[in-house]
Write a protein that binds this ligand. Structure first.
Ligand SMILES: NC(=O)c1ccc[n+]([C@@H]2O[C@H](COP(=O)([O-])OP(=O)(O)OC[C@H]3O[C@@H](n4cnc5c(N)ncnc54)[C@H](OP(=O)(O)O)[C@@H]3O)[C@@H](O)[C@H]2O)c1
Length: 328
């Protein structure tokens, strides 16, 4: 597992981390035993960064992480969680110090720790990024010791650029993958200039970029690839990266031809993200040990050739960009 510095924090992390949404909920049936096995396999394979949120399975993901970490003797990985999505309604007024402290206290309890390594605002309304008092509140909470650092998970490039105007923001979590290339245009340059860590989520476009999904794949009612296909529950960009399924499948058929010997389409997709040194850590979600191990292995793949990079870009520019590029 190769490592990268986590922005201006003292942390160094493996460049492939563990996305822990699957072991919470919204991905069909993932048992607690599978969740524990997936995380143990990830840690055994050298992952040192875990991404979760207080709302993943209403705390189930955080609690499984605490249980697994307690059972192990290796050094504690960096655990990032998120707050804000427990607000109902999810409105900017809810992003205040009292609510954040209550959410943080709950995550501290779930994660069985007295200080969170990284607290991320969980895709807040854009307007929250225009409220300096919110970031002042986070500074206060950090000074009090309940969080070691804070960052923002965003939907749009413009939100990322706005969030890093606040000097206390150490990381941005954003969707970046073969299908969603826009963050690399301007945001990555700014993040590098300001030494802000970049956490890349949805690297496999919810599984589409593994090549295993077909137009006949059925998802259970409690899987967001069924219930959020058109953005019914949250931003549609979180499901298949916002790409219409049929178009995504067409692009996948072309990308399969570019897979280097010795890896898979998922490996190509993850290694493609790591080609940009503005990226700090990629966090593919895994529902079982086998997926976690396969994802960890992408860290050690050789760099992709210039020809492969150009061919992959051409496929996505032609088929995918018209559907997504200007939207996020
Ligand atoms: N707003 C936010 O801040 C936000 C939103 C979304 C995600 N996230 C974070 O980002 C993480 C990653 O995003 P994501 O989970 O939505 O999407 P993703 O990583 O693009 O896709 C995950 C899915 O890909 C498939 N997969 C993963 N590894 C595989 C492998 N080696 N072989 C075959 N299939 C594999 C699995 O599909 P199957 O389940 O079909 O097997 C898995 O559920 C999440 O876990 C979460 O921590 C944050």
């Amino acid at each position: 597992m190769k490592t990268r510095l986590f922005g201006k924090t003292p942390f160094t992390v493996g460049d492939i981390g563990f996305g822990a949404w699957q072991i919470g909920g919204s991905w069909g049936d993932v048992s607690e035993a599978d969740g524990r096995a997936a995380l143990n396999a990830a840690l055994d394979a050298g992952m040192t960064f875990i991404d979760t949120a207080d709302v993943y399975g209403d705390g189930r993901s955080e609690r499984i992480i605490a249980e697994v970490l307690k059972s192990r003797s290796d050094p504690r990985p960096m655990v990032a969680t998120k707050a804000g999505r427990r607000l109902n309604p999810h409105v900017v007024e809810g992003y205040n110090k009292a609510n954040l402290e209550a959410f943080i206290d709950r995550s501290l309890k779930n994660l069985a720790t007295d200080s969170l390594d990284l607290l991320q605002l969980h895709c807040p309304p854009t307007e929250a990024l225009y409220r300096p008092e919110l970031f002042a509140a986070l500074d206060d909470i950090q000074k009090a010791g309940k969080i070691k650092s804070y960052g923002v998970s965003v939907e749009k490039v413009e939100e990322a650029l706005k969030a890093i105007e606040f000097p206390g923001v150490v990381s941005i979590q954003i969707i970046y993958n073969l299908f969603r290339q826009r963050p690399a245009d301007l945001f990555f340059k700014e993040a590098k200039r300001k030494n802000v860590a970049v956490i890349v989520r949805v690297p496999l476009a919810s599984g589409l970029l593994t090549g295993k999904i077909t137009r006949d794949t059925k998802f259970t009612p409690d899987d967001h690839r069924n219930f959020n296909r058109h953005g019914e529950a949250f931003d549609v960009g979180e499901t298949f990266a916002g790409v219409p399924l049929e178009t995504g499948l067409q692009a996948v058929e072309e990308l399969k031809k570019l897979v280097p010997t010795g890896t898979t389409l998922a490996g190509l997709a993850l290694r493609w993200i790591l080609m940009d040194d503005a990226v700090t850590v990629v966090i593919p979600g895994a529902r079982n040990a086998q997926q976690a191990r396969a994802n960890a292995a992408a860290s050690d793949l050789p760099p992709l050739s210039a020809d492969t990079m150009a061919a992959a870009r051409a496929v996505c520019d032609r088929l995918i960009a018209p559907h997504v590029h200007q939207r996020w």
